[in-house]
Write a protein that binds this ligand. Sequence first.
Ligand code: BTX
Length: 331
Amino acid sequence: VKMKAQILKMLREADGYISGQQLCEKFGVSRTAVWKVIRQLQEEGYEVEAVRNKGYRIIDSPDVMTKEELESLMDTKWAGKNIVYYDEVDSTNLRIKQLGDEGAVEGTLAVADRQTAGRGRRGRSWDSPAGESISMSILLRPQITPNQAPMLTLVMACSVAEGIMDCKDVCGEQQIQIKWPNDIIIHGKKLVGILTEMSTQIDYINHVTVGVGINVNLTDFPEEIRERATSLRLECGHKVKRAPLIAAIMKRLEENYALFMETGDLSQLMEKYSELLVNKDRDVMILGAKEQYVAHALGINKTGELIVRKEDGTIEEVYAGEVSVRGVYGY
Ligand code: BTX
């Protein structure tokens, strides 16, 4: 597996052809062994050209999220370095929680092509059909207290939005935005859902699982969510490859997580998060258990609360665990 991922990486990074000889020497194997790996890649859908006296050159890759594909693209130190891939699984969040209990390293990333029991918040479900979406969950082991953990959802939201925008050929200049606290939307519709779950003792965290579902190439949604959901393909007008997107998000997550851990809060991220916020400078409806009111959203504070100005001019900071927010006009 390692050799296959490394050969893929070398092919990708090569400027032109890589000779069979070079690959043999690098891995200390025979020409036949190298050829076998190339054949396997071709069978998996990679377009690899083999030219006598020149060597191998990669022309195109399939839209797969296999361990080798992801490993060959991942440009991080720890986030997404240990990958577990499933063609089909109940929920990547459940898998990561289990792997976390079993002692897996921080940054372990579970990726699935399809989930049969994808979970949303508060017992809701998340649709992730085969071949068209990204379902992934990452294992974190932060030394923070349980009440700091919800901020990790915002760290991830920021990373996903930035990661998508980093992939230049995906949506160009189109604005990917965050709906506080953790939905990512494009053109007013939901593109990404994030679910953070933690395993805790009374005063410390065993581990945190942050799950991300991204609608990449879906072209249709179930009746109930058709009005509110969308995909990159629908908004950007073309199919998008999933593995490079995952790698870009992991790269951003690694940076943003470091900024978070330096202070234990969002003080180094709140400015850019607020810039990405669809609700910023707009009226929102605050839906609390006891009261509901309309207020003007200003941004987030360093603990991730939404800062709003009420109609009487007073400033309030609302906590995501206690209220939800709805745009007064759409988002
Ligand atoms: P949420 O509770 O904010 O959103 C769930 C709601 O969103 C559903 O009730 C439904 O109305 C709507 N919905 C369901 N599927 C989709 C979809 N594909 N696109 C848009 N809207 C949808 C959001 O919860 C958190 C979702 C996290 C999903 C990831 S996938 C990897 C990981 N594993 C897992 O089981 N969950 C996470």
